[in-house]
Design a protein around this ligand. Structure first.
Ligand code: ACO
Length: 428
C-alpha cells in the first residue's frame, strides 16, 4: 500500500506521497506542494532536501557507509584501480576484461591536448592558482570540441567527449603545475598507466630520467578512488544544476571544479596543511588552535573536520589515516606534521565541543599529508581531488541527462522592499 504524509496548512489537510529508495531511505515528495497549497518549502543549504533520485552512490552518514554502485568503498580502495572505478561509476557495472582494455586504450590515445591550448597557459601569470587554470582550460575544451557534447548528440559522440575529458584532465593539471614552475611541459607517454602518466608529466625534467615509483602510483590510485564520487555534494550538485540547462559537458564540469575549490569543500585539503604548518610554526601545541576553532568570533575552523552528512565517522578518512601511516613508511618519509595532525585529532575527539556537534575528521584531514609525501605541491592538492572526482561528476551529469531531469530552478522567500516608485536623481 502506498504511504502518504499528511500536512495541514492554513486549515486544510493535504496528502503528500512518500517515496522509498533501495536502501529504505524515505522522502516526502513535495513536487506538487505549491500547486496544492500555494506554499513552498524553505531549506537553506539544502540540509534536508533530496534534489534527485540517483543510482550511483549510496552513503549512510550515521553508519559511516559509502558504496559506489553497491560496492563498498573499502573493497574498491583495496582491490580496484582508478580507471576501473571510473568505468563502474559512469557505466553502472564493473567492466569485463575486453571492456576495461578498450576503455583504457581509448583514454590513452586521447591524452594529448591541442597545441593551441599552450597559448592559453601562457596567458596566465606564473602564480595563478592551478584550480583557476584547470577550470578555465577545461571550459576552453568547448572551443576545441564545439559539437554538442550532451545526450542529444549520439551516444558515440557523448562517449568520445567523456573519454576526452578523462584523458586530458591529467595533462591539463600537470601542465598547469609545469607552467607555474616556469618549466617546459612534458607530453603524455602512452607506455604509462593513468596515474603513472600524470606523475611523469608532473615530475619528469628534461635533464634527468624519471620513472614513477610504484608505491606512489598505488597511493595515487587509492586516493583518486576514495574521492571518485560522493552523491549530491556541493560540486556534484553544481554539475547537475549547471548541466540541467543542457549546457555542454565541459562547461558543467568546469563549474564543478570551481565549486570544489572553496575551502569548505575540496579546498579544505590545502587549508589543512596550511593549518598544520601554522601550528608547527607556533611550537606544535594544539590547545591554542582548538580553543580558537571553538570560539565563534575567531573566524577559525578546524579544517578537515566536520561533514554535512557524516555524523559518526567518514569511512574515507578511516582508510586514508591507515594508508597515510603505511605510505609514509614505505616512502621513508618522516613528516613532523603527521604527529601534529594525530595530536590535533585526538584533542578534538576528546573535546565536548566537537563531540556534541558530531565533528570528525573528513576525507581532507589526512589526504594532504599523503599528497605531500608523494611530492605534490600544496596548491595542487585540490587539483588532485578534482582528478579523482571527475568520473563521479561525469556519471552524475550523464544520469541527470538520461533521466531528462527538468532545469534546476529553486524558489525563494523574498524579504526585500515592497513595490515603490522610482525617484529622479535630482530629488534624492
Ligand atoms: N571547526 C569548528 N566548528 C565547526 C566545524 C569545524 N571544522 N565544522 C562545524 N562546526 C560547528 C559549527 O560552527 C556549528 O556550530 P553551532 O551549532 O554552535 O553553530 C556546528 O558545528 C554545525 O556546523 P555547520 O557549519 O552548521 O555544518 P554544515 O553541515 O553546514 O558544514 C562543513 C559542514 C562545511 C564541512 C563544516 O563542518 C566545515 O566548515 N568544516 C571545515 C571545512 C572542511 O573540512 N571541509 C571539507 C568537507 S569534506 C568535503 O567537502 C570534501
Amino acid at each position: 500500500m502506498s504511504e502518504f504524509a499528511t500536512l495541514t496548512v492554513a486549515g486544510k489537510t493535504h496528502q503528500l506521497p512518500v517515496i522509498e529508495g533501495s536502501e529504505q531511505e524515505k522522502a516526502i515528495d513535495i513536487s506538487d506542494l505549491r500547486d496544492q497549497t500555494g506554499y513552498v518549502t524553505l531549506d537553506r543549504g539544502y540540509k534536508n532536501t533530496g534534489a534527485t533520485k540517483s543510482a550511483i552512490t549510496f552513503l549512510d552518514g550515521e553508519k559511516g557507509i559509502l558504496r559506489y554502485r553497491g560496492y563498498p568503498i573499502e573493497q574498491l580502495a583495496e582491490q580496484s584501480n582508478f580507471l576501473e572505478v571510473a568505468y563502474l561509476l559512469i557505466h553502472g557495472n564493473l567492466p569485463t576484461q575486453p571492456e576495461i582494455e578498450d576503455f583504457t586504450r581509448q583514454i590513452t590515445v586521447h591524452t594529448l591536448v591541442n597545441e593551441d591550448m599552450k597559448k592559453i597557459f601562457d596567458g596566465f601569470p606564473v602564480n595563478a592558482h592551478p584550480m583557476g587554470v584547470l577550470s578555465s582550460l577545461v571550459c576552453s575544451l568547448t572551443a576545441f570540441y564545439p559539437e554538442p557534447a550532451d545526450t542529444r548528440s549520439s551516444v558515440d559522440k557523448l562517449n568520445l567527449n567523456i573519454i576526452r575529458l578523462l584523458a586530458k584532465m591529467p595533462t591539463i593539471a600537470a601542465w598547469s603545475y609545469k607552467n607555474s614552475q616556469g618549466h617546459p611541459v612534458n607530453y603524455p607517454k602512452n607506455k604509462f598507466d593513468y596515474c603513472a602518466n600524470f606523475l611523469y608529466m608532473m615530475f619528469a625534467l628534461p635533464v634527468e630520467d624519471y620513472t614513477p615509483d610504484p608505491v606512489v602510483v598505488d597511493a595515487m590510485n587509492k586516493l583518486l578512488i576514495l574521492h571518485a564520487d560522493h552523491e549530491q555534494n556541493c560540486s556534484t550538485s553544481t554539475v547537475r544544476l549547471v548541466g540541467s540547462s543542457k549546457v555542454n559537458l565541459f562547461s558543467a564540469i568546469s563549474a564543478g571544479i570551481n565549486a570544489l575549490w572553496g575551502p569548505l569543500h575540496g579546498g579544505a585539503n590545502q587549508e589543512v596543511i596550511e593549518m598544520l604548518e601554522a601550528i608547527r610554526a607556533d611550537g606544535g601545541g594544539t590547545r591554542k588552535f582548538i580553543d580558537q576553532a571553538k570560539d565563534k568570533t575567531s573566524g577559525v575552523r578546524l579544517m578537515g573536520f566536520g561533514h554535512r552528512v557524516y555524523k559518526n565517522f567518514d569511512p574515507r578518512a578511516k582508510i586514508i589515516k591507515v594508508a597515510c601511516d603505511q605510505i609514509l613508511k614505505k616512502l621513508g618519509v618522516d613528516d613532523p606534521i603527521l604527529e601534529i595532525a594525530k595530536n590535533l585529532e585526538a584533542a578534538a575527539l576528546s573535546d565536548s565541543y566537537f563531540i556534541e556537534r558530531k565533528l570528525y575528521p573528513n576525507v581532507d584531514f589526512y589526504s594532504g599529508i599523503i599528497y605531500r609525501a608523494l611530492g605534490i605541491p600544496t596548491d595542487m592538492f585540490t587539483v588532485m581531488f578534482a582528478l579523482g572526482r571527475l568520473p563521479g561528476w561525469i556519471a552524475q551529469w550523464k544520469e541527470m541527462n538520461e533521466a531528462k531531469e527538468p532545469i534546476g530552478r529553486p524558489r525563494q522567500i523574498y524579504t526585500g522592499e515592497r513595490e515603490r516608485n522610482y525617484v529622479a536623481m535630482t530629488n534624492r
